[in-house]
Design a binder for this molecule. Sequence first.
Ligand SMILES: Cc1ncc(COP(=O)(O)O)c(C=O)c1O
Length: 386
Amino acid sequence: MTNASPTVYPYRLRIPGPISVPERVRQANAKPVVNHRGAEMRAILGEIQRLIKPLFGTQAPVLTFGSSGTGVMEASLVNVLAPGEKVLALVHGQFGERYAQIARALGAEVDVIESEWGQVPDPQQVAASLDKAQYRAVVTVHNESSTGAVTDLAGIGALLRDRDTLFLVDSISGLAGMELRQDEWGVDIAVTGSQKALMCPPGLGFASVSDKARKVIDRDDRCSRFYFDMRKALAGVDNNETAFTCPVSLLFGLHEALTMIHEEGLPQVFARHKRLSDALRAGCVALGLPAFGDQAAASRTVVVASVPEPLTGGAIVKHMYENYNTVIAGARNKLSGKVIRIGTMGQISEADILTDLHYLERTLTALGHDVPTPGCGVAAAMASLR
Ligand SMILES: Cc1ncc(COP(=O)(O)O)c(C=O)c1O
């Protein structure tokens, strides 16, 4: 329940996904459903392939599933693993932990390189592990939404290019807000979801598949798989068909979202995400909430700010919601209480982050935190935007 008047304070979804869906996308989602195997749907699926590949930085096929992000993380593993094979999981936050858990659930033997949360995996450590064991896959998270740290995919991919080991990457909260160059960086399967920088409602998962990965996927000795069997999905992709009934309405919306991204221009989209995340981070710092983690690897799609004691992230989140109808995120993991997280992805503008900072200042003041000078958060953000 919210106490804030919804007319004075309209609902603002400012978490790092799902994000607020633009009106154009919502209109497209509402179009009449067509035959999922007819000419109209094939045309849309073909256009989606053409428009989405540059976001992955790949020429490889991009497979579409009705799924959350976790589903396509599982799909990436179930298609390449046989039980008992080894996986090297590079963990620097909650979603890296999840990738490792999925691999274990599928019967893999999982070695973990854990970096301090807020830091990023170190390619040299990865190189040392690769010399000691034969891994079927290295798995990691591009943009760790729980900490706001961005992995050096190029550095790790370069280590795997001449090995049999595959490189599987969760770019669920990175893709479309930050550069991903799958082919150049040597990523074999990149997965993402619709509800983040792709600006759609939740429900679509995507996986792009390199030739190197495809050779492994095609083997019959992999884990048992059915719905997520990429062999079935790959068989139809060139004819713009999906193996099973595709989420027609969500795909109409995705097509619109991709059109919007290309109208703005991919470099411009990435630059806007960087500009706004830098400004929001500067505003948080000015308010007395230091940026969390390694700032050389700072995310462009989520701002993670440390919360000084005796404040707690939970209290800030609650106050922002109850008083300003503004939904930001805390943490439900080992950073619980210690950080707040605000999404900076999708169709956002200066107005969004300046509003965030204004409400954040009022919230902090109400909670008894000494804000250095009134308006300092907004002022710092505006200085960063200039
Ligand atoms: C980096 C990352 N990976 C995986 C997931 C899980 O995606 P889903 O909740 O759609 O299953 C999320 C969701 O927030 C995420 O941010």
